[in-house]
Structures are given as structure tokens and as C-alpha cells.
Design a protein around this ligand. Structure first.
Ligand SMILES: [Zn+2]
Length: 246
């Protein structure tokens, strides 16, 4: 409700009204406030987002989403926004480019001051490259501080993931023909990481393994579905056998 008050004050101060709400992706912390806005402000604006494919979007209470497509362009007085499908953090994740300034609103793909969670690392790496190729002047993340050195920051994200991938490949090579689970790899390459953070480290490793499999660098990875259960934190016996293709 604090946000609604501030939004009302800002609209009054600049004598503007809501034209459209653009939702970057389906996560609750990004859509959760939309119903409140819709019940507090008069109608006449759209709520736009890219449609989820694997599951239906959770319906809004007071209005329906207007589903838009990749590269959709929004016009308003003095500003143009272009939407890019930028999956990886989530399948429906999008970023917005303020064309006039080549500024990027990065949603959760890039965060200011912390690392994000990744649903699909292969898409995520392509999405980082997409942002780098847009060569933004500044990045406004969904959370955290403004990033005024996009090239170094996004480049750093890519480098960090590539380094992790090399470590995993090295680990698999060193333990060739030994059945390994994601947690075995965590124990070897995430030295000194506290136990509480090891599950999320294992999730990272799983993402890397899935990517390596897509890249045909990992020979045998079974069973994928069971590996994914790490995400829920469930106690599941995982019999992941990895053989590095050499
Ligand atoms: Zn998110």
C-alpha cells in the first residue's frame, strides 16, 4: 500500500496518468502488486506481458493481460520502449529497452549487487549475450542498484559462468568413469561454501550439467527429472551418472 501512495504522489507531481503496465515475467514479486494498482486506479490502461508457454499465467483479479510478442514496441510521449524476450531466469522473462537512451530495464536477468536464479542456463547465457550486444548505456535492474558499467557487469556475469563450467568439466574429467551426483561436484569445486548454501550450489551445478548435455559435452546424465527435484529441496535419492565425453 505504501507503493500505491508513492505511485499516486508521483503521478500527481508530474501530472501524468497510467498508460500501460508492463510485466517482465510471471514471478510473484513482479506480478503481486498489479492487482493492487488495478483496484486503486481507474481503468483505461493495459497490463501487458509475454505469455507463459509451459503453464498458464495466473489470472489477474480485475483485468486480463494483454499478451504481447517479442520485439513489441510501446510508444508514449517522449519515449519508446522495445521489449525483448530474454529467457533463462524464467521462460517468459523479458527486458525493455528505452530506445532514446539505449537504457535497459533488465528485470531479474541482471540484478544490482546480487546473483539471480536461473531456470535454464542455456537460454540464460544467450540472454546475457543479447544484453551485451544491445550495448546499453545503463541498466536498471528489477532489484538492487543501477548499473552504470553494463559492459563490465554483464561481461563479468558471462565470465563467471564460463569459469564455473570449466571447473565442472575439469572435475568430471578428473573423476572420469566415476558416478557422480551434483552434490559430489559441489563438494569439490565450491570449497568453503557453508552447508546452508550447498543446495543452491547444487542447483547451479545441475543447470551447468543440463547445459553441457545440450552442448553435447556430457555423455550421460540420468535421470534428468530426478535431478530437477533438487529445486524443491526435497529429500530425493539422485542417481546421476556422468561420463565426460573425451
Ligand atoms: Zn524473478
Amino acid at each position: 500500500m505504501e507503493y500505491i501512495k508513492e505511485l499516486k504522489a508521483a503521478l500527481e507531481k508530474f501530472a501524468v496518468s497510467l498508460q500501460e503496465i508492463i510485466v517482465t515475467h510471471w514471478h510473484p514479486d513482479h506480478v503481486g502488486g498489479v492487482d493492487d494498482i488495478c483496484s486503486s486506479f481507474n481503468e483505461g490502461y493495459k497490463v501487458s506481458k509475454l505469455k507463459r508457454l509451459s503453464e498458464a499465467d495466473v489470472p489477474l483479479k480485475n483485468t486480463d493481460y494483454t499478451f504481447i510478442k517479442d520485439q513489441h514496441v510501446f510508444h508514449t510521449e517522449g519515449a519508446t520502449l522495445r521489449l525483448y524476450h530474454n529467457p533463462g531466469h524464467s521462460e517468459d522473462h523479458t527486458i525493455l529497452q528505452l530506445v532514446e537512451e539505449n537504457a535497459i530495464f533488465s528485470g531479474d536477468t541482471i540484478l544490482g549487487g546480487s546473483t539471480t536464479t536461473v531456470e535454464d542456463l542455456t537460454s540464460y547465457m544467450q540472454s546475457l549475450k543479447q544484453i551485451l550486444d544491445l550495448n546499453p548505456s545503463v541498466i536498471y535492474p528489477g532489484h538492487g542498484f543501477v548499473i552504470d558499467n553494463p559492459k563490465e557487469t554483464v561481461g563479468g556475469y558471462i565470465e563467471h559462468r564460463n569459469k564455473r563450467e570449466s571447473q565442472i568439466i575439469q572435475c568430471l574429467t578428473d573423476h572420469r568413469d566415476t558416478p557422480m551426483e551434483p552434490m559430489d561436484i559441489v563438494k569439490i569445486i565450491y570449497v568453503g561454501v557453508p552447508e546452508a548454501l550447498q543446495i543452491s550450489a547444487a542447483n547451479n551445478v545441475i543447470q551447468h550439467l543440463l547445459k553441457l548435455q545440450k552442448d553435447q559435452k556430457v555423455d550421460h546424465l540420468t535421470p534428468l527429472k530426478a535431478a530437477a527435484l533438487y529445486f524443491t529441496g526435497c529429500e530425493v535419492v539422485i542417481s546421476t551418472v556422468l561420463l565426460y565425453r573425451h
